[in-house]
Write a protein that binds this ligand. Structure first.
Ligand code: GPP
Ligand code: MG
Length: 366
């Protein structure tokens, strides 16, 4: 997407276009450098390219880089080549591409209809007891009441996460690792008034969440980026706090916490809400495998979180087992019109004890 031309440039002839006198040679030929400036928002992988080694009098775009001509053919004059300008691509592996594809195509009513309740779209589950009265009352509005209640529990979950970020000042900067449709980031800005950056490998989610930030009139403070949370490219030490709200099951924890440790300032805080399997009862249960299968993710063992935090100078200050507080959400969701079928797996895994819903809080030390 190419936007408005930048203005106010030295040697500007018209908005975004500069003409600079480069000199006059011995044959009285005068040269000028003409430059056009454009603002570019890159929303999809490989959207931006540079033309490299171009013969500008005669060029065509070549579909792919070909360094040597096929055997028996003489080399032709060089044509323009496209090469990506991204130093490190956002989607590095086939697995990451498959996750991005999943989230680019996701349109489940359980997420869309709940988000429509108040314009805050979540991609996580709920916490706390539900109001049983939503199940009684007029039949024709039952669905509406249940959806609003599920949404209230999901927003309550985000509030619990934000409660653990510690004192955040308006001049601080926060990072949402795996920001989905942007709900938790928008709530964080509403609460703290500070800048929030969300990153996700789904370009559809980036577009959706940025549109929400515009709608809420906070696009100058809350921005969503097509970036990989394992390698954000943001400046080291720039963040007061980082969180992940049910996204760590998609990545290697050592790599992830290495990046978060780099981004956090000394004393900065990391808050994680996650589902993890129980080392005590053994490996991945059947119910946990069904959850993995449903979301193309790979739930980690509880122990893995603490090993990876310790290895990256992130020192736990609080661990809360939220399992009993999330079960009511799943019970209500199972009885709702927006149930997706995964409810049984969560309820089985939580009730049998093979899976926990945990909140982990850690501080960055040098
Ligand atoms: C998605 O939330 C959450 C995950 C993919 C992570 C899996 C979570 C665990 C705790 C293991 P969502 O709101 O998109 O899911 P759904 O569509 O089921 O509501
Ligand atoms: Mg959901």
């Amino acid at each position: 997407m190419i936007g408005l031309r930048r203005t106010g440039l030295p040697h500007e002839r018209e908005p975004g276009l500069t003409v600079q006198h480069m000199g006059t040679d011995a044959k009285a030929i005068t040269s000028y450098r003409v430059t056009a400036y454009h603002s570019v928002a890159v929303l999809v992988p490989d959207a931006l390219g540079v033309l490299d080694d171009v013969e500008i009098t005669r060029w065509t775009t070549a579909p792919a880089r070909r360094d040597a001509p096929p055997p028996g053919r003489t080399p032709r004059r060089r044509t323009a080549r496209m090469s990506t300008t991204t130093a490190s691509p956002v989607l590095r592996t086939d697995y990451q591409r498959s996750i991005a594809e999943y989230w680019n195509n996701e349109q489940d009513p359980v997420n869309i209809k709940l988000g429509e309740v108040d314009g805050i779209y979540h991609h996580h589950y709920g916490l706390g007891p539900y109001d049983e009265s939503v199940l009684s009352g007029p039949e024709e509005t039952r669905d509406e009441r249940v959806i609003a209640e599920l949404h209230r529990l999901e927003s309550a979950q985000a509030d619990v996460l934000l409660d653990h970020l510690g004192p955040i000042r308006p001049q601080d900067r926060l990072l949402d690792g795996g920001s989905g449709r942007g709900g938790t980031s928008l709530m964080a800005h509403q609460r703290f008034g500070c800048r929030v950056d969300g990153v996700t490998i789904s370009h559809k989610q980036v577009e959706f969440a940025n549109a929400q930030a515009e709608r809420w009139g906070v696009a100058d403070k809350v921005r969503f980026h097509f970036k990989n949370m394992l390698d954000t490219g943001f400046e080291a030490g720039d963040f007061a706090a980082v969180w992940t709200n049910e996204t760590t099951m998609y990545v290697d924890l050592f790599e992830l916490f290495g990046e978060f440790s780099r981004l956090l300032r000394h004393g900065g805080r990391y808050v994680c809400i996650t589902g993890c399997y129980n080392d005590v009862t053994g490996g991945r249960s059947k119910a946990v495998s069904q959850i993995d299968e449903r979301y193309t993710c790979s739930v980690h063992a509880r122990s893995e979180y603490f090993k990876a935090l310790t290895a990256n100078n992130l020192v736990p200050i609080e661990v809360v087992d939220l399992t009993s507080r999330t079960i009511p959400y799943w019970e209500l969701r199972e009885r709702s019109s927006v149930a997706t079928g995964v409810e049984k797996s969560f309820l089985t895994a939580y009730r049998e004890g093979s899976f926990h819903y945990l909140l982990i809080v850690a501080d960055r030390v040098r």
